[in-house]
Design a protein around this ligand. Structure first.
Ligand code: F6R
Length: 607
């Protein structure tokens, strides 16, 4: 999704804006641009495609000046092109924008009637034109922004500079995240703290509706009623070295291999070794009486929610519904009075999930969030925050964020079950031990890396792949199909194995690859029947199972991946790793842009 960066200081802005933009690349984008002030005049450089194109252009026509703004654009209104790329400007003001201005059409008509011309197809262009219009009416820059913000509807994070004002950078946020920071005599803004890490570790995330006036080394923040407010600054601990992939070819590969460590880190967050038990962050009495839980999320995070339902219902015995945020937010479900809703999000900024969270809050629900970015808006708006300890995830396709979400939700289920008296002490100890064994088991699976490369070369030639699983392997089948689609662009469907004969079986013809996620256990026999059905129709059966499962079905299998024997409880977590590796190596075989797949954004901050 779009990323913005801005700085005002005493050294050349242009190279540092590009450095900031490089750290926003992971969010996904299709054009980029920067603007600086040189000799008080706005200079702009924009390019379609990757940052390297922008750098080439800057080399040809360097931009000077110590103040500037930069943008990576993920197209919404208007195709990716130089004209639609940000910054958008007039001769007096330049703006970068992340979000969507919903009333752009009426603003554009009003401004056109006043004689302003528009050259792009974007909603964003109305912002500089509106500010310019106000400047022409005699407003000073800060007043003009304050007034313009009141006329904008929709979501935005903004960075704004003005011709003739070399020490004035303005930022604003409503709906889209924006952080500000300062270091000695410089000030910065960016969509996230990670983009600012080379310049400052001292940052503050603006609150909803805030806007900020930044001058060299000085930051002032105003709330939505234009009152001066003080916001807390914190030290971030982001690693500066993102260029290093630690010897891996892609960030996604590195992140897949980080899983044993981040699973351990996440477990340690909830496991109290002195008590030998798992605890939730706040001891929350109300969860004891919980009689229904609503889980809401998008994409991969939604599949984490689907998986958690098996645990929360099975272990903690709490009836649970799981919904996609973009549907839940408009369903207007009659939520139980004083109920609890749980939101899952890597970024903590996904627009639909955030809107669903706010809807649930308006219905007096207690809000629990499972987030990776603990400074995010969702975390700040929740009653209980359960952090995942994945660390920053750069690959657009989620991997370690998903498995750490699962670990967090597994811990949640155990702690909830104890609170509600739904689990014996013996069973709790057993499940906790099973969780504790995960990092080592994950390392074992990753050590078989090589065996995924061959089959992935084969998969890279096919047009469609089916993923099937039962019970808690069903969401993993969905996740497997999503991962393959996202990064290799091969059509894939994930289905509950038992549902195959109700439709998707029609897709199977000779040699159609069908990937079964089938750990041996209570549901294995049922899945084995589905494997028979698929094999009878000529499918190429790819089985992910343990020794017992593979031996039982040896005759039918085209290829098998042997997994360590594992308790049913954590099987979905462990069985995620092979489906990630399959997708990864298939994409590598096809030569796609694994870390930044086409059309995708890391953090989807628009509806
Ligand atoms: C898939 C993927 C997306 C995200 C989804 C939600 O690999 O990354 O499907 O899971 O956009 O994002 P978060 O978790 O940030 O709310």
């Amino acid at each position: 999704m779009c990323g913005i960066v801005g700085l005002v200081g005493n050294t050349a802005a242009s190279p540092r804006l590009v450095e900031g933009l490089r750290r926003l690349e992971y969010r996904g984008y299709d054009s980029a641009g920067i603007a600086t002030l040189s000799n008080s005049k706005i200079d702009i450089c924009r390019a379609e495609g990757k940052l390297i194109n922008l750098e080439e252009r800057i080399k040809e026509t360097p931009l000077s000046g110590n103040i500037g703004i930069g943008h990576t654009r993920w197209a919404t209104h208007g195709a990716p092109s130089v004209l639609n790329a940000h910054p958008h400007s007039t001769k007096s003001v330049a703006v970068v924008h992340n979000g969507i201005i919903e009333n752009f059409s009426s603003l554009r008509s009003m401004l056109k009637a006043e004689g302003h011309e528009f050259i792009s197809d974007t909603d964003s262009e109305v912002i500089p034109k509106l500010i310019h219009h106000l400047l022409e009416q005699g407003y000073k820059p800060i007043e003009a922004v304050a007034s313009a913000l009141k006329r904008l509807e929709g979501a935005f994070a903004l960075g704004i500079i003005f011709a003739g004002h070399e020490q004035l950078l303005i930022g604003a946020r409503r709906g889209s995240p924006l952080a500000i920071g300062s270091h000695e005599d410089e000030s910065f803004l960016a969509s996230d703290a990670f983009a600012m890490a080379p310049f400052t570790r001292r940052i503050s995330y603006l609150e909803e509706g805030d806007w900020a006036v930044l001058r060299p080394g000085v930051t002032e923040v105003f709330d939505s009623s234009d009152r001066a407010v003080s916001r807390t600054f914190q030290e971030t601990d982001y690693n500066l070295d993102i260029a290093g992939k630690a010897g891996y070819q892609h960030f996604m590969e590195k992140e897949i291999h980080e899983q044993p460590r981040v699973i351990r880190d996440t477990l340690n967050t909830y496991y109290n070794s002195a008590a030998g038990k798992i605890f939730l962050p706040n001891d929350n009495k109300e969860l004891e009486k919980l009689d229904q839980l609503s889980i809401v999320a998008c994409g991969t995070s939604f599949y984490a929610g689907l998986t958690a339902r098996y645990w929360i219902e099975g272990i903690a015995r709490v009836p649970t519904i799981v919904d996609i945020a973009s549907e839940f937010r408009y369903l207007e479900s009659p939520l139980k009075e004083n109920g609890t809703a749980l939101f899952i999000s890597q970024s903590g900024e996904t627009a639909d999930t955030l809107a669903a969270l706010r809807f649930a809050k308006s219905q007096q629900q207690k809000i629990v969030s499972v987030v990776n970015v603990t400074e995010s808006t969702m975390a700040r708006e929740s009653n209980i925050v359960m952090p995942t300890r994945a660390g920053i995830e750069i690959g657009v396709a989620s991997t370690k964020a998903f498995t750490t979400q699962l670990v967090t939700l597994a811990c949640f289920s155990i702690a909830l079950a104890r609170k509600r008296g739904a689990i014996s002490n013996k069973e709790e100890v057993r499940l906790t031990n099973v969780l504790e064994s995960l990092p080592e088991l994950a390392s074992k699976v990753l050590a078989q890396n090589q065996s995924f490369i061959e089959i992935s070369a084969e998969l890279s030639e096919v047009e469609t792949v089916l993923y099937l699983g039962r019970g808690s392997s069903y969401p993993i089948a969905l996740e497997g199909a999503l991962k393959l689609k996202e990064i290799s662009y091969i059509h894939a469907e994930g289905y509950a194995a038992g549902e195959m004969k109700h439709g998707p079986i029609a897709l199977i013809e000779k040699n159609t690859p069908v990937i079964f996620i089938a750990p041996s256990g209570p549901l294995f026999e049922k899945t084995a029947s589905n494997i028979q059905e698929a094999a009878a129709r000529g499918a190429r059966i790819i089985l992910i199972s343990d020794k017992k499962g593979i031996t039982a079905l040896n005759e039918l299998i085209h290829i098998a991946f042997e997994m360590p024997e594992v308790d049913e409880f954590v099987a979905p977590i462990l069985y995620t790793i092979p489906i990630q590796l399959l997708a990864y190596y298939t994409a590598v075989s096809r030569g796609t842009d694994v870390d930044q797949p086409r059309n995708l954004a890391k953090s989807v901050t628009v509806e």
